[in-house]
Design a protein around this ligand. Structure first.
Ligand code: PRP
Ligand code: URA
Length: 209
């Protein structure tokens, strides 16, 4: 079954509290989403394997640790996932970036696919799918299925805020995918928005409302 990791770092909690506020403007919202993504990335990459390499410091020869050369990719779910990419690349600058375009149909709340462009060798990469919001879980489940259909085997999902309903859906759809969550909220409302949540993440990142 999927591992579900809920972040307890005080900096992450503080920053999530800030972006929940309705009076946090676009510039600060965008900046803070990026910072939160970077902090969650730090936790979500703990499992990466290291190997020894011999080097020479200005003083002597020694052996140091280096990442074992596993190839990584970051895949944001458009639009709002874009807000997490810079934070991820700050810590893993050599990762390739793919894009999956999905929007929620306003009536059915089901995801509708409109774009998919992945690194050519994505099947060989360990993939971090990023989206600030896990609400019904439909978008994350569909995006991960698209990646599996392209041959991706090692996939993680990272979000800033999740509803319990979405976590259950994602866990059941993809038990092999670890889920990293900044904060687990109470529930979904009648419009499938997360309560208390932060509103529409895409609109708040891009200032479209
Ligand atoms: C939001 C969010 C997720 C999705 C979550 O995107 O960024 O992708 O909703 O909801 P779900 O778990 O119920 O699928 P939205 O569809 O609003 O598109 P946008 O990012 O283009 O605004
Ligand atoms: N998408 C969002 O942007 N916010 C929610 O609360 C649910 C889905």
């Amino acid at each position: 079954m999927a591992n579900v990791m809920i972040m307890d770092h005080p900096l992450i909690q503080h920053k999530i509290g800030y972006i929940r506020r309705e009076d946090t403007g676009t510039k600060d919202f965008r900046q803070t989403v990026s910072e939160i993504a970077m902090l969650i990335c730090y936790e979500a990459t703990r499992h990466l394997e290291l190997t020894d390499v011999d080097i020479t410091t200005p003083i002597c020869k020694t052996t140091v640790k280096t990442l074992k050369g596993r190839k990584l990719a970051v895949v944001p779910i458009l639009r709002a996932g874009l807000g997490m990419v810079d934070g991820m690349l700050t810590l893993i600058p050599t990762a390739k970036v793919g894009h999956i375009g999905l929007y929620r149909d306003p009536d059915s709340h089901k995801p509708v696919e409109y774009y998919c462009k992945l690194p050519a060798d994505s099947a060989e990469r360990e993939v971090f799918v990023v989206d600030p919001m896990l609400a019904t879980g439909g978008s994350a489940s569909a995006a991960i299925q698209m990646l599996k259909d392209k041959g991706c085997k090692k996939i993680h999902f990272m979000c800033i805020i999740a509803a319990p309903e979405g976590v259950e859906v994602l866990k059941n759809a993809h038990p092999d995918v670890d889920i990293y969550i900044g904060a687990l909220d109470e529930k979904l409302n009648e419009n499938a928005y997360i309560v208390p949540g932060l509103g529409d993440a895409g609109d708040r990142i891009f200032g479209t409302k």
